[in-house]
Design a protein around this ligand. Structure first.
Ligand SMILES: Nc1ncnc2c1ncn2[C@@H]1O[C@H](COP(=O)(O)OP(=O)(O)OP(=O)(O)O)[C@@H](O)[C@H]1O
Ligand SMILES: [Mg+2]
Length: 278
């Protein structure tokens, strides 16, 4: 399957095609309205007196790529972290594949398996090799044999272009390589959706392109993605929708052309003027 989402996006630096995901076809002509992967309904969250998420209503459908952008401190990371239960909400509901996010225990662990998350910092196990980072949960949580886990992990490490680094510890890998391993580790669990929070922010500029290329391949092959990013070119070329946050609120939720060409609210206009220098 080949979907053109924008002429100027980065090439696939890994040089590998990703397999299609079950919902891949839906990515072509828009998402299936009944396939709701994430639904925020009236969500509020405070840190002490600070109201960081204000009445958030947002639906991400199967195969959709939703880019979350906005100024520092606007609540983007907090929004992401609520989706896999890393932050609890004070009111409202969040459903993943129709189910409320469990508060704790085995159900929360199960939810986390469905939601792949890639952060700015790579969060790899420092004492495990790249390969072991990917196989660990496959064996311990998913119950695959060591050989099955190894086979799956090597296929994924190959897809993200770091198979030759499989026996290295994270400290001996570059930032870009570590982030590729983190993506492979998340994909290994065959998640229902992927969260990316500033996944390229800690990388050197020349490394960013390759990691964005991997993310774009995932998107083109139907992965459902919620992506917090400062990479406006990537958001414009790859996302189906742009969600603009400021001060804990979603101020705009629009297709990329509409958002970047004619943002409705003054805050988004100013933000774009600042980041795009126009
Ligand atoms: N654990 C915490 N305890 C207290 N306040 C917090 C905590 N985490 C985040 N905050 C505050 O909540 C607000 C939203 O933070 P968040 O990290 O979600 O913003 P962000 O949009 O991701 O910003 P950035 O673009 O800088 O990553 C900020 O004012 C932040 O200081
Ligand atoms: Mg953040």
């Amino acid at each position: 399957m080949n979907i053109t989402v924008g002429a100027s996006g980065p090439p696939n630096a890994a040089g590998a095609e990703f397999e299609s995901y079950p919902n891949a076809a839906l990515a072509v002509g828009g998402a299936d309205p009944d396939d709701k992967r994430i639904v925020f309904d009236g969500v509020n969250k405070h840190f002490g007196d600070l109201h960081v998420l204000k009445d958030i209503n947002l639906t991400v459908r199967g195969g959709e790529v939703v880019a979350v952008i906005g100024p520092s401190g606007s609540g983007k990371s907090t929004l992401c972290r609520t989706v896999n239960g890393l932050e609890r909400i004070d009111s409202g509901t969040i459903r993943i594949d129709g189910n409320l996010i469990p508060l704790e225990g085995a159900d929360l662990a199960k939810l986390r398996m469905k939601v792949g998350m890639v952060f700015q910092q790579f969060n790899l196990f420092p004492n495990k090799t790249a390969l072991e980072n990917v196989t660990f949960a496959l064996v311990k949580v998913r119950g695959l044999t060591k050989q099955e886990a190894r086979d799956r992990a090597m296929r994924l490490l190959e897809r993200v272009g770091v198979e030759r680094n499989c026996n290295q510890l994270p400290a001996s890998l570059s930032g870009g390589q570590q982030q590729r391993v983190a993506i492979a580790r998340a994909l290994a669990m065959e998640p229902s959706l992927m969260l990316f929070d500033e996944a390229t922010s800690a990388l050197d500029p020349e490394i960013v392109r390759g990691v964005l290329g991997i993310m774009r391949d995932l998107a083109e092959n139907g992965m459902t993605m919620l992506v917090v990013t400062h990479e406006m070119g990537f958001a414009r070329a790859t996302a189906d929708r742009i969600v603009f946050m400021d001060n804990g609120q979603i101020l705009e939720d629009a297709p990329p052309e509409q958002f970047f060409e004619a943002p409705r609210c003054a805050r988004a206009q100013k933000f774009l003027a600042d980041v795009l220098g126009r």
